[in-house]
Design a protein around this ligand. Structure first.
Ligand code: ADP
Ligand code: ADP
Length: 237
């Protein structure tokens, strides 16, 4: 489903974000990327939906070379990719329901989605998706009335409303305490298993990665230094 072929990314200031990455991720995999801050995890994830643009190589999502697409085709590509951020990226003053429905539009936080009038189907879908992460009772609350863990669950519900083929989560639990982090990881894993949605998650902590991943990719200084199932992770790696 995703294939990095010799992908490199050099930022305008000369920093090498990615160096000759070759990785193939199959449909339905739950992949966790681990590495220290600055290792390139975020650059790896953001390359896939072109929030950043690699400078060389080829990066396929469903047989489309994402480095060749632009404009309408790029927006089309992004509608299939659900993105979860460390800081939730909800529209804080907007209701949970509006935030979740905005996922259907394939992007988030736009004025259009804030002022739109939503159909009964939209509201029902928002409710169903909030139910999957057990936060449906907050439907009419403002996003900024919720705790961090609750906001992240809302952002998962928003991504579900997008009906994604792929979920990318960039440090989804870095701002949360350990019990809440586990809860969020459990929801991501459950959705991966139930809906067979390919999921790629960046994490700081190897312990948490070992607990949830099918496969771990270790990064250091823009390179993949480990790629394999959890059972092959040893102390040295
Ligand atoms: P991680 O997610 O593992 O913390 P990043 O992908 O954010 O790593 O960063 C990889 C490297 O690229 C780091 O050296 C970082 O400082 C650098 N970097 C990230 N974003 C930019 C940017 N916009 N401009 C220049 N350098 C960047
Ligand atoms: P994260 O650890 O979540 O990647 P950072 O604090 O490293 O976040 O980066 C925050 C923002 O700054 C990101 O948009 C990243 O691309 C950018 N950034 C990171 N490192 C650099 C850098 N060396 N030069 C310019 N921008 C950077």
């Amino acid at each position: 489903m995703i294939e990095f072929k010799d992908v490199s990314l050099v930022y305008p200031n000369g920093t090498k974000g990615l160096k000759n990455i070759n990785v193939h991720i199959k449909k339905g995999e739950f992949v966790v990327i681990v590495g220290l801050s600055g290792a390139g995890k975020s650059t790896f994830i953001r390359s896939i939906n072109r929030l950043v643009t690699p400078t060389s190589g080829a990066l396929f999502v469903d047989d489309v070379d994402t480095l060749q697409v632009k404009g309408k085709d790029l927006r089309q590509l992004r509608t299939k990719i659900g993105m979860i951020f460390q800081n939730y990226n909800l529209v804080k003053r907007s209701t949970v329901m509006k935030n979740v429905i905005s996922g259907r539009l394939g992007y988030t936080g736009t004025l259009k989605s804030i002022f739109a009038i939503f159909s009964k189907e939209d509201r029902l879908l928002a409710y169903e998706n909030l139910k999957r992460v057990n936060i449906e009772e907050k439907l009419y609350h403002r996003a900024d009335e919720l705790s961090g863990g609750q906001q992240q669950r809302v952002s998962i519900a928003r991504v579900l409303t997008q009906k994604p083929k792929l979920i990318l989560a960039d440090e989804p639990v870095a701002s949360l305490d350990p019990p809440t982090s586990h809860q969020v990881m459990q929801y991501l894993k459950q959705i991966n298993q139930e809906d067979n949605i390919t999921t790629i998650v960046n994490l700081h902590f190897i312990d948490m990665a070992m607990e949830y991943a099918d496969r771990i990719i270790g990064m250091r200084a823009g390179e993949v230094v480990f790629d394999g199932p959890v059972s092959e992770v040893t102390e040295k790696t």
